[in-house]
Design a binder for this molecule. Structure first.
Ligand SMILES: Nc1ncnc2c1ncn2[C@@H]1O[C@H](COP(=O)(O)OP(=O)(O)OP(=O)(O)O)[C@@H](O)[C@H]1O
Length: 763
């Protein structure tokens, strides 16, 4: 049965059986005489619109009505106004005649065809609260991971019904994010991401929307630099749900800029971007949950198996109320969708280029996005792999019901896309439509010709396109500002355990690096042995030089351990931070690995040093010499590792970090106070070097002040001036360790603070 359910602003509901009606044209409007369906509302025109029954189905046309008609169909949302365009309707599509000022006058018509799949469900509200969310105990269940287990509830109140929001993310009602409660009025539209519920007269009409997001761009302009150079010019288009779209065009035409505008990464532009009618700029944080982004380079943890990499990512990403069983299931499902089942237990670094790209896609699939952006996913792939990947992306759009938008340079497989956005020089939209239409438009079978044509005269092609395709905005009304978004965070304890597990497992799977990290201190100790003489721990100079060598070795080892650790993962960290990663926990987890590594390194260096060279003769009160020396070595390494973290968090690449490393080492050498006698500013700088406090601790343990100078061998009358830094006292040693510990803490905290800048990184 084909029928219309008509819901009036008053709450009254009428049903109209389209099949029983003998006419092919069914008119709606205010006038009783002229129409088959009379709608008594002052925002309805006398003859407002007409439904047309054809052999193919039902369509709707607006009859030049004063307020127009919104059609929310599977193909997208459109405002029909001053157009005679007929829009085909599918079961579940909505027609709305809206008035913001007089919501009580609004009319909502739902078209349903019982032969097509059932889309709308009805829920009768009673005297008890009904719960809406992801949890199995809810009355209305939306299964996506980004929907809260208890998203919201609807309770009876004096005025009818009230919506209570329980989610940290908020619930959208009529385009406005609600964080506490909202008294429901007739035809209020509640949106939980892509899912829609409509309240009317004690009932909820709702549909669980499996489809991808529809995107509408309205008149996008972007200017950059002081001269306000325009790099996007009045770009408008509508992308339907589950469509596979390619953004193509010459180099510098504005493809990446356009994609960054579409995915909300860049919000410094003029114009509007809507996702299913929701303003992206105003609801970016909320809408990010339904978005997946696969950058050009594969930014995934390479030293884990595919399964483990996805598992840890999921644990960090998902909200706290998701169980381990659910997470495991989602990981396996993501692996299945990207067809990597056979490589589940392969280390990511051993996957081929195409497989790594699929692995990156699987990372994003974990969040079950409804819209997917990919930046040149096929670059660097051989033609066969490229074709396979294009087929997979198409099937992602069609089978996983996701809108897929990619930037690409290659056009061999462009026929697999539903539509292409052709950008010309200066950010001009030269064409938007299907690949076949594009060929007709540019009058060529070869897209290379289109590239040449648009690079020669992009303005001409933009004018041609603007003249042939009329863009009509679907969302002229303004939503209110929604800025109170708070991210649903994963449970901190679980996040920390996952970060820790991932860091250790990653290092364990990188055996060569692990061996190098452990070999280095052993070799350094042996080298120190070669340059030492028999006067160590007997004469001042020999002892101080060897201890200083130990200090430098510890600083170098610590810096080398950590200086590339954060920057090389920066892009992954940024992505995970955007989906809830706690940066403090991330740094602490990484630091825990450093604690263990540096303990092993300190044990190795000290063990070999004690065996080959020996220990001071006299213990310092409570502290036995060997453990105190070991502890000093360990604190030196771990403090230098924290300094390495600080550098690593501040720079964007490993290369840059390695440029800074020698500078830091020179600083430690010059301002240690060992090579040069320091005065004034030099002394102040020395206070913030690790080397000063480390050699201070070693010198205290070795009681440098009591050792004879070389010259004293021949001239015993020469006095050895004592230095406060090496005062042989327990509290002096503890002070040196305490200063190093404070430096360590400062470096770690500063790393966390600085790392927050990742949020501003350009992708
Ligand atoms: N922040 C900026 N300041 C100045 N110019 C910019 C800025 N961002 C982009 N541009 C310029 O805007 C134009 C479009 O850049 P965009 O990266 O979007 O092009 P593209 O089509 O993706 O190019 P490619 O295919 O080479 O990656 C280029 O000329 C670029 O130099």
């Amino acid at each position: 049965m084909k029928r219309l359910t008509i819901i009036l602003g008053s709450g009254a509901v009428q049903n109209f059986d389209l099949e029983k009606c003998q006419k092919n044209r069914i008119y709606i409007g205010r006038s009783r005489e002229k129409n088959d369906i009379c709608l008594a509302s002052n925002i309805i025109s006398s003859s407002h619109g007409v439904f047309l029954k054809t052999a193919d189905g039902i369509s709707y046309t607006d009859l030049n009505s004063r307020n127009g008609t919104y059609v929310e169909s599977r193909k997208g949302r459109a405002l029909l106004k001053n157009t005679k365009q007929a829009v085909a309707l599918y079961s579940g599509d909505m027609i709305r005649i809206l008035s913001r000022k007089h919501p009580e006058s609004s009319v909502l018509i739902i078209y349903e065809d019982e032969q097509q799949e059932k889309i709308w469900d009805k829920y009768f509200l009673g005297k008890k609260e009904i719960k809406i969310g992801r949890g199995s105990g809810c009355d209305i269940i939306f299964p996506e991971p980004y929907v809260s287990r208890n998203q919201c509830g609807i309770v009876p109140s004096d005025d009818g019904y009230e919506l209570l929001n329980y989610s940290r993310n908020g619930t959208l009602v009529n385009g406005k994010l609600i964080h506490d409660k909202h008294v429901l009025r007739e035809q209020d539209v509640i949106q939980i991401y892509q899912n829609i519920l409509i309240y009317t007269d004690g009932k909820l009409f709702y549909k669980i929307e499996a489809d991808g997001i529809q995107v509408e761009l309205q008149h996008i302009d972007k200017f950059v630099g002081r001269e306000k150079k325009q790099i996007l010019r009045d770009v408008s288009c509508q992308i339907g749900s589950n469509e596979f779209i390619a953004i193509i065009g010459g180099s510098g035409a504005g493809k990446t800029t356009l994609m960054n505008v579409m995915n909300g990464f860049d919000d410094d532009f003029q114009g509007k971007v809507y996702y299913n009618g929701i303003d992206l700029k105003k609801n970016k944080e909320w809408l990010k949950n339904v978005m997946g982004y696969v950058p050009q380079e594969d930014i995934i943890y390479e030293n884990l198996t595919l399964y483990k990499m996805l598992y840890y990512t999921a644990k960090i990403k998902f909200p706290k109320d998701m169980t381990s069983g659910e997470i495991r299931q989602k990981v396996l499902e993501a692996i299945r969708v990207v067809e990597l089942d056979d490589h589940k237990d392969t280390l990511v670094r051993k996957l081929s280029g195409g497989q790594k790209k699929r692995a990156s896609i699987a990372v994003e699939l974990l969040g079950e996005p409804k819209i997917f952006f990919l930046d040149e996913p096929t670059s660097g792939l051989d033609p066969g792999t490229e074709q396979n990947l294009m087929h997979s992306l198409r099937s992602l759009a069609k089978n996983q019901k996701t809108t897929v938008i990619m930037v690409t340079h290659t056009t061999q497989n462009i026929h697999l896309c539903d539509k292409i956005i052709f950008m010309g020089n200066g950010g001009r939209l030269c064409f938007y439509g299907s690949p076949d239409q594009a060929k007709m438009f540019f009058d060529t079978d070869d897209f290379t010709d289109a590239y040449i044509k648009t690079s020669k005269d992009a303005e001409f092609w933009k004018e041609q396109y603007d003249g042939s395709f009329v863009h009509q905005d679907s969302y002229p009304e303004e939503n209110e500002e929604n800025d109170k978004f708070k991210k649903e965070k994963a449970l901190l304890g679980r996040q920390f355990a996952s970060l820790l597990g991932r860091s250790f497992e990653s290092l364990w799977n990188e055996k060569n690096k692990l061996i190098l990290l452990l070999l280095q201190p052993a070799l350094i100790s042996l080298l120190i042995k070669i340059v030492s003489d028999e006067d160590v721990f007997k004469l001042y100079e020999s002892t101080r030089n060897i201890l200083f060598a130990l200090t430098c070795a510890g600083i170098w080892i610590g810096l080398f351990n950590s200086i590339q650790e954060i920057c090389r993962e920066r892009k992954i960290v940024k992505r995970e931070y955007m989906s809830g990663l706690n940066l403090g926990l991330y740094i602490i987890a990484k630091f825990c690995v450093q604690i263990v590594i540096s303990l092993l390194q300190a044990a190795l260096i000290s063990g070999i040093f004690f065996t080959a060279i020996g220990t001071p003769d006299q213990d310092l009160g409570f502290f036995k010499n060997a453990p105190a020396m070991f502890l000093t070595t360990w604190i030196t390494i771990i403090t230098a590792a924290a300094l390495g973290f600080l550098v690593s968090a501040s720079v964007k690449s490993g290369d840059k970090a390695m440029v800074i490393a020698p500078f830091l080492l020179i600083l430690q050498l010059l301002f240690s106070g060992v090579i040069f006698e320091l005065e004034g500013i030099g002394k102040r700088i020395a206070d913030i070097t690790i080397s000063k406090w480390s050699i201070g601790a070693y010198g205290t343990i070795a009681n440098l002040n009591s050792l004879d100078l070389k010259m004293q061998k021949d001239f015993p009358m020469i006095e050895h001036e004592t230095e406060a830094l090496y005062k042989f006292a327990e509290n002096n040693l503890m002070q040196k360790w305490a200063v190093l510990a404070v430096m360590l803490l400062v470096c770690l905290i500063a790393s966390g603070v600085i790392l927050r800048r990742v949020a501003k990184d350009k992708r």
